[in-house]
Design a protein around this ligand. Structure first.
Ligand code: SF4
Ligand code: SF4
Length: 411
């Protein structure tokens, strides 16, 4: 048997097909091989030595967005994300389809997206210079459209590592902030906004030094050893802070951090994962002082729930609750039937056509919503959707993290 663990895990699937209507790639292709049940059967066949990991078989598994919508509805609790990550890691060096240039592009983009970790916390140096370097590299990697989705340069630098007590009220709670490579480099306004809101709630924020990329892009691409190095570094970095919560701003990173305990089982990894909270959930769980007010904002905002937040963290309700504190703001949530936007980590680079097709469905809804702002909790989704809005001539719709809008409206 090629892999007894995968054989046992894929056996849990009873082939009921209840996940099929929720799978974006199946809905687009109507091909069973592009469905959760089909992919699980292919992996099962390989694990039992009944099928070879041919380029075709691997491609069907690689076409999965890892949106995990299937996992969220599966009555048998098949650990679909774990199965795909494991399969990709054990077949990492085998029979991957695609030209050398596509592989180079993937590697370069992973390096670009996570390269911020090469200069951790160098907020003052980053920003304009780093953002334009990312744009240049992204264009060189043939992902110019992705570069179009980068946010406009934000002038304030990232805070340095350290401990930041609240300057507005007595301490009510403590949090350790995970910056992540994409949020650090591409979304500094979100970091500064989150700190501002926590400051107003009386929360002391620790920013541990030496933290690094969460490792999700490596993990989902099958590069388990690169992911493991990042996990180890973050476990060490966050051991320095005894804050009860580790707050993540990007929901995609939040999923990875929350699953360190199962990716690298150890007591410290499990303890780390138990502390992880998405920023919206963490803020919603706090006691809000009666005198904390927001300026009115008479406009309509469209709220996009990333798959990571909705399907895995199951924390998508909190952003709407928080935004309800802004007087005059009308929040329109995208309907639950709207599938993944197609960003999927590096999916937008690896599978640009499917990524654009899926994004179109989301953009159609946004276009019809008369919104002036699009709110999303994942920087990858923000980048992908922003690029699409610009392409449609809807670049005036500003794309923000919900916490940024909250911070802008602090009275
Ligand atoms: S993955 Fe779950 S929902 Fe999908 S076919 Fe298997 S058992 Fe059914
Ligand atoms: S993770 Fe998403 S794309 Fe992959 S099989 Fe499940 S529903 Fe389909």
């Amino acid at each position: 048997m090629s892999d007894p663990v995968l054989a046992q895990q894929t056996d849990i699937c009873v082939k009921c097909g209840l996940c099929l209507p929720y799978c974006p790639t199946y809905q687009k292709t109507r091909d069973e091989n592009e469905s959760p049940r089909g992919r699980l059967s292919l992996i099962q066949g390989w694990a039992r030595d009944e099928l070879k990991a041919t380029p075709k078989l691997n491609a069907h598994v690689d076409n999965c967005l890892l949106c995990r919508a299937c996992e969220s509805v599966c009555p048998a609790y098949v650990p679909y994300g774990q199965i795909v990550d494991h399969f990709r890691s054990v077949t990492y060096h085998q029979n991957r389809e695609g030209s050398l240039s596509l592989r180079l592009k993937k590697t370069l983009m992973r390096g670009v997206l996570t390269g911020a970790t090469l200069a951790p916390m160098a907020g003052q140096v980053m920003g304009g210079v780093a953002a334009s370097a990312v744009k240049t590299l992204a264009c060189l990697a043939g992902a110019g459209e992705m570069a179009a989705g980068l946010p406009t340069a934000y002038s304030r630098p990232l805070p340095s590592p350290g401990s930041y007590p609240s300057t507005t009220r007595a301490e009510t709670a403590r949090a350790s902030l995970f910056l992540g490579c994409t949020a650090e480099l591409l979304d500094r306004e979100t970091v500064i906004s989150a700190m501002a809101v926590m400051n107003h709630l009386g929360i002391r924020v620790d920013i541990p030094e030496r933290q690094t990329c969460c490792g999700a892009l490596h993990q989902h691409a099958g590069d388990a050893s690169s992911a493991a190095k990042r996990i180890e570094q973050n476990l060490t970095a966050f051991a320095d802070s005894d804050a009860p919560a580790i707050v993540s701003l990007a929901s995609g990173c939040g999923v990875m951090l929350g699953e360190y305990g199962q990716t690298a089982p150890s007591v410290s990894a499990q303890g780390f994962s138990r502390r992880v909270r998405d920023i919206s959930q963490f803020l919603a769980e706090q006691t809000w002082p009666a005198d904390l007010a927001f300026k009115p904002l008479p406009t309509t905002a469209c709220l996009h729930s990333p798959c990571s937040l909705k399907n895995v963290l199951r924390a998508d309700r909190h952003a709407a609750t928080l935004l309800g504190r802004i007087p005059g703001l009308k929040v329109i949530a995208l309907p639950a039937q709207v599938h993944c936007c197609g960003a999927g980590g590096s999916y937008l680079v690896d599978h640009p056509e499917m990524a654009a097709e899926l994004r179109d469905d989301v953009l159609d809804r946004i276009d019809g919503s008369q919104s002036s702002v699009l709110l999303t909790s994942n920087p990858g989704c923000a980048m992908h959707l922003r690029a699409g809005l610009k392409q449609r001539g809807l670049g005036a719709i500003e794309v923000l993290h919900p916490v940024t809008l909250l911070a802008r409206q602090l009275a």
